[in-house]
Design a binder for this molecule. Structure first.
Ligand code: CDP
Length: 218
């Protein structure tokens, strides 16, 4: 079974996908983390995330893999665990440029589809219900107002010790949303058969309960 959860940055996808997967007793696949691993590879090699040839180089010469046997899953770039490095703002600010490139998207989509053969998953991302798993049994599009999303992300970054202003973060998120929704390949979109969930006025547990009820109504 695949449960697809798509939506913009800060909508709460990771926390909700994580809790929901535990409730359903299945695994949680964070597709954004794989894009973030390629972004980390490019940033660490001082390459240009907007250059198709630089990104082709990265895809050719990097191995990205995930270990889903542990919760939360661990991600590895060239066999080294990346930990929270991929969540740093220096990576967040580059990842949407990385995710534009066809070579990167092809590698990630192949990785996700291969992995899905092994287990049942709650998969979160931007194009999961529309492109990666169009036959997913359950599809949700999770969103919230920009103010709520930015506040949530601000709290996360502050507790991770990052020094960023709220205004800068709002700008970063809006820019990322714009790049993600307007790119040519697999833009961020609500699949026609996905259920829209606006979490602006809901807490995490309310959203998880709501999704769980839609998946298992009895
Ligand atoms: O956690 P957050 O919502 O900030 O982002 P993420 O899920 O970690 O994804 C990081 C970035 O990867 C997104 O802004 C997209 O540019 C890209 N992404 C994508 O293009 N397609 C996906 N299925 C997942 C992520």
């Amino acid at each position: 079974m695949i449960v697809a959860i798509d939506g913009p940055a800060g909508a709460g996808k990771s926390t909700i996908a994580n809790k929901l997967s535990q409730m359903l007793n299945i695994h949680h696949m964070d597709s954004g983390a794989i894009y973030r691993c390629y972004a980390l590879a490019a940033v660490e090699a001082n390459l240009d995330t907007q250059s198709p040839s630089d990104m082709q180089n990265i895809v050719k010469n990097s191995s990205v893999r995930a270990d889903y046997s542990v919760t939360p899953a661990k991600f590895f770039l060239n066999n080294k665990e990346v930990g929270e490095t991929i969540r740093e703002n220096r990576i967040s600010s580059q990842v949407s440029f990385v995710a534009i490139h066809k070579c990167v998207r092809d590698a990630v989509v192949e990785n996700l589809r291969e992995t899905s053969k092994e287990h049942n998953f709650v998969v979160e991302g931007r194009d999961i219900g529309s492109v990666v798993f169009p036959n997913a049994e359950h599809k949700f599009f999770l969103t919230a107002s920009i103010e709520v999303r930015a506040k949530r992300r601000f709290r996360d970054l502050q507790s991770a010790g990052e020094d960023i202003s709220f205004e800068q973060l709002c700008e970063d998120i809006e820019r990322r949303d714009h790049i993600d929704s307007t790119r040519d390949i697999a833009p961020l979109t609500q699949a026609s058969d996905a259920q829209l969930v606006d979490s602006s006025n809901m807490n995490i547990d309310e959203v998880v309960k709501h999704l769980n009820q839609m998946i298992s109504p009895l």
